[in-house]
Design a protein around this ligand. Structure first.
Ligand code: HEM
Length: 465
């Protein structure tokens, strides 16, 4: 038998579970990869994790062998007990997952771009005026902006403020989902047979937590979906994902409704925190790199000549495009993507990849590899201009949005939102003077989603500076 890839030995029974930090585990994995190489085996309680830290390994396995490497690990607490495996991002690779993805890619394809751009541009206009009125609250405005774009595009629901009761309910449910899916948080994930323990049993509070999370997320999914249906019945529906599905299916079965509701709820679940984190990184990078900001503003000004930017300006603003590539490279929002899973044993580079391994692509390690991106800790938009060596500076967006048949289906929506926000902010404001709100410097943190530490920054209307 071939050996498994090299990796830290860890402790008996626990393996390396106690050495993997809950925050920024991608940094620890990147450090270990310097010793053990780009294909690393990490044992963690009863499971095997294979961490991939090179572009070649990720392409060879997750892209070229995507039929084998597109499953998701079985998460007993989140997936089974809390019912999340019904949702596209957590679903096992198979028919239901494919159906869900097909609906999302259809709804976000080029045909739908004009409708989506209209929503993105209108909401960004309101965002700019709110930012002018209360710049110190830029975080709240960013969260409102992303929520209002996603909920309008998915359900046709208008959200006026970040305190909207509907939105607070959605955020609460998401926080619960994030709690139950935190790796290592529940013993039942390491010992799946515990799932059979009855809820009343002492120390089985995880069963109650899972049931409550499941019930609340189902109720919310239904509430949002029914709100969109009611608008259609009243004839007041604006173009949206749900309205479009129901307009094209005159006689939906109960199974259709269930599928549509499950897929719709994914837009916010997968698209809100991720997009917010990228926009925050954009603000941080602009505030800390005034020269880059000025250069991007000059480009925006020359294209728009005084009007506000629109989504179709994107291809005329290559420098801003390069800045946004750096935003994704410096802070890949999902630094380990989402975990993939391999059901069958495989062989790669002389190693055995055991059946049932969780596969973690270390996107952060690739986007900070000095062999691929010279001076990886510096923000250098110009790095994408030099095409003389085709192996250097590959487009970070091809990594930041994941891999193979699990690649993010919301990429275009996310990129367009980031672009219109960035271009409109640059046209309207100078972003200055960053102040860390905790500690001395601003680091990127997080468990699964990476985001910058809290910071304050100056946001001054350009006409007054
Ligand atoms: C900056 C914003 C975003 C980033 C960086 C991002 C990145 C990612 C990544 C890395 C994955 C995991 C891919 C993998 O497993 O290999 C993913 C999955 C996913 N994303 Fe995004 N995403 C963003 C925004 C969005 C938006 C706006 C939507 C809305 C539709 C969305 C929907 C999804 C879905 C449904 C999945 C699961 C796909 C599957 O399992 O088949 N994402 N995203």
């Amino acid at each position: 038998r071939l050996p498994v890839p090299p990796g830290p030995r860890g402790l008996p029974v626990f393996g390396s579970a106690l050495e993997i930090p809950k925050e920024c585990s991608w940094l620890t994995f990147a450090q270990w990869a310097k010793t053990y190489g780009p294909i690393m085996h990490v044992s963690c309680m009863t499971s095997s994790i294979i961490v991939l830290s090179s572009r070649e390994a990720i392409i060879d396995l997750l892209e070229k062998k995507n039929a084998v490497y597109s499953d998701r690990p079985i998460m007993t607490m989140a997936g089974e007990l809390a019912g999340l495996k019904r949702l596209v991002a957590f679903a096992p690779y198979g028919q239901r997952h494919r159906e869900g993805r097909k609906l999302i890619t259809g709804a976000l394809g080029p045909r739908k771009a004009p409708e989506l751009h209209a929503i993105q541009e209108a909401k960004t206009l309101v965002f700019i005026s709110r930012l002018t009125e209360s710049p110190a609250e830029f975080r709240t405005h960013i969260r409102w902006l992303v929520a209002s774009i996603v909920l309008e595009a998915t359900y046709g629901i208008t959200i006026d403020s970040y305190d909207d009761p509907f939105l607070l309910e959605v955020e609460k449910s998401l926080a619960e989902i994030s709690d139950v899916s935190a790796p290592g948080a529940y013993l039942v994930d390491a010992i799946p047979s515990l799932k059979y323990v009855p809820e009343w049993f002492p120390a089985a509070s995880f069963k109650r937590i899972a049931r409550e999370t499941r019930e609340r997320s189902y109720a919310l999914e239904d509430k949002l979906y029914q709100a969109a249906r009611r608008q259609l019945d009243r004839g007041s529906a604006t173009p949206s994902f749900v309205a479009d599905l129901l307009k094209h299916n005159y006689d939906p079965t109960q199974d259709d409704h269930t599928l549509y509701a499950e897929v719709a709820v994914m837009f916010y679940g997968a698209g809100a925190d991720t997009t917010v984190s990228s926009i925050l990184s954009f603000f941080l990078i602009m505030a800390t790199h005034p020269d880059i900001q000025r250069k991007a503003q000059a480009e925006v000004d020359s294209v728009t000549s005084g009007r506000l930017p629109i989504c179709s300006d994107r291809e005329d603003m290559p420098y801003l495009g390069a800045v946004l590539k750096e935003v994704h490279r410096c802070n890949p929002v999902l630094p380990l993507a989402l975990p993939h899973y391999v059901r069958e044993e495989d062989v790669y580079a002389g190693y055995r990849i055991p059946a049932g391994s969780t596969i973690l692509p270390n996107t952060w390690a690739i986007l900070h590899d000095p062999e691929l991106y010279p001076h990886p800790d510096e923000v250098i938009p110009e790095r994408y201009y030099d095409c003389s060596n085709g192996d250097l500076n590959p487009d970070p967006q091809d990594f930041a949005f994941g891999y193979g048949r699990r690649v993010c289906p919301g990429r275009t929506l996310a990129e367009d939102t980031l672009f219109i926000v960035a271009a409109s902010v640059l046209a309207s404001f100078n972003i200055t003077s960053v102040v860390p709100l905790k500690g001395e410097t601003i680091e990127y943190r997080g468990g699964a989603i990476s985001h910058p530490d809290d910071f304050a920054c100056g946001i001054l209307p350009r006409r007054s500076t």
